[in-house]
Design a binder for this molecule. Structure first.
Ligand SMILES: Cc1cc2nc3c(=O)[nH]c(=O)nc-3n(C[C@H](O)[C@H](O)[C@H](O)COP(=O)(O)OP(=O)(O)OC[C@H]3O[C@@H](n4cnc5c(N)ncnc54)[C@H](O)[C@@H]3O)c2cc1C
Ligand code: FES
Length: 251
């Protein structure tokens, strides 16, 4: 893992305050596992700390991130134009580990789709896929993958199931062929609901946590998650994660 210079090829709005940024790198990033992330130095001298983003797409030429403008860093990034230079550290962290012998079930909430996109591409039609967002506009965050037939929920009921993605999942879970293994990316309340839903069956489940991060390198301990490990309860999302076993987390 190195600090790599990149040039923005495209930084386009997808819908609402969501953007997709394609970055050409001066040297290849190497093998990227689904769920790994990069720390991006936003092109502004006022923003010192890098921001973490899941690697949405990765290739020989560079990477793509999909992000939501929520604060100073992401809003500044949203204003960055083509040909601007950015520095990226990555790929970082431990990504999803596909478990053979199970039917993969992918569950994304909102911008969580960014953390699962590479896994979806890898698994294609082998996976059952559930995506929940607020409105029909946000369905465009899914992008296009051939043969991909996601089950969709919207909070306002404008597309698919009316409700949240865990309610949607609960209606399909028993009908999934083969023993399921869940891979999820979304906000923490989604993981709490998932844990409740799976409490009896204890279906195996990996989740990507989007903790706030300062260094991304294991040095500041700003990103720790509490786990049930009695010997070492606090784990760093940037080093031991960002993907954790749901049943190991104290939510
Ligand atoms: C491993 C990892 C992968 C991530 N991948 C993506 C991604 O692919 N796309 C994406 O849009 N975002 C992703 N995030 C979250 C993203 O890093 C934050 O949204 C971003 O750092 C916010 O920076 P800011 O300066 O715009 O916001 P700030 O000004 O720092 O904060 C603005 C608001 O957002 C809240 N906030 C900031 N960071 C987080 C966070 N991590 N989780 C929840 N709330 C937060 C703050 O509490 C505040 O209310 C990821 C985070 C991690 C740790
Ligand atoms: S962000 Fe510094 S230790 Fe994880």
């Amino acid at each position: 893992m190195d600090d790599t210079e990149g040039v923005i090829l495209e930084n386009r709005p997808v819908c609402g305050n969501y953007y997709q940024c394609r970055i050409k790198l001066t040297k290849p990033m190497g093998r990227v596992a689904p769920g790994q992330f990069v720390m991006v130095k936003v092109p502004s001298s006022e923003i010192f700390l890098r921001r973490p983003f899941s690697i949405y797409e990765s290739g020989k030429q560079g990477i793509t991130i999909l992000y939501r403008a929520v604060g100073k860093g992401t809003s500044t990034l949203a204003c960055a134009s083509r040909r601007e230079r950015v520095m990226l550290l990555g790929p970082l962290g431990h990504g999803f580990k596909v478990q053979p012998g199970y039917t993969p079930v992918l569950v994304a909430g909102g911008i969580g789709v960014a953390g699962l996109h590479l896994l979806w591409k890898q698994l294609k039609s082998r996976a059952a896929m559930f995506y929940g967002c607020s409105t029909k506009e946000e369905v465009s965050l899914l992008g296009e993958i051939a043969g991909w037939k996601p089950n969709i929920s919207t909070l306002d009921g404008s597309v698919g199931f009316a409700g949240n993605v865990i309610e949607l999942l609960s209606r399909h879970l028993e009908r999934i062929d083969g023993p399921p293994h869940i891979y999820a990316c979304g906000p923490e309340p989604m993981y709490a609901s998932l844990k409740l839903l799976l409490a009896e069956t204890r279906i195996p489940c990996q989740v990507l946590v989007e903790e706030r991060m300062a260094c991304g390198l294991g040095l500041c301990f700003g990103c720790v998650k509490k786990t049930i490990d009695e010997n070492e309860p606090y784990k760093r999302a940037c080093i031991e994660g960002p993907v954790f076993d749901l049943w190991q987390l104290s939510l």
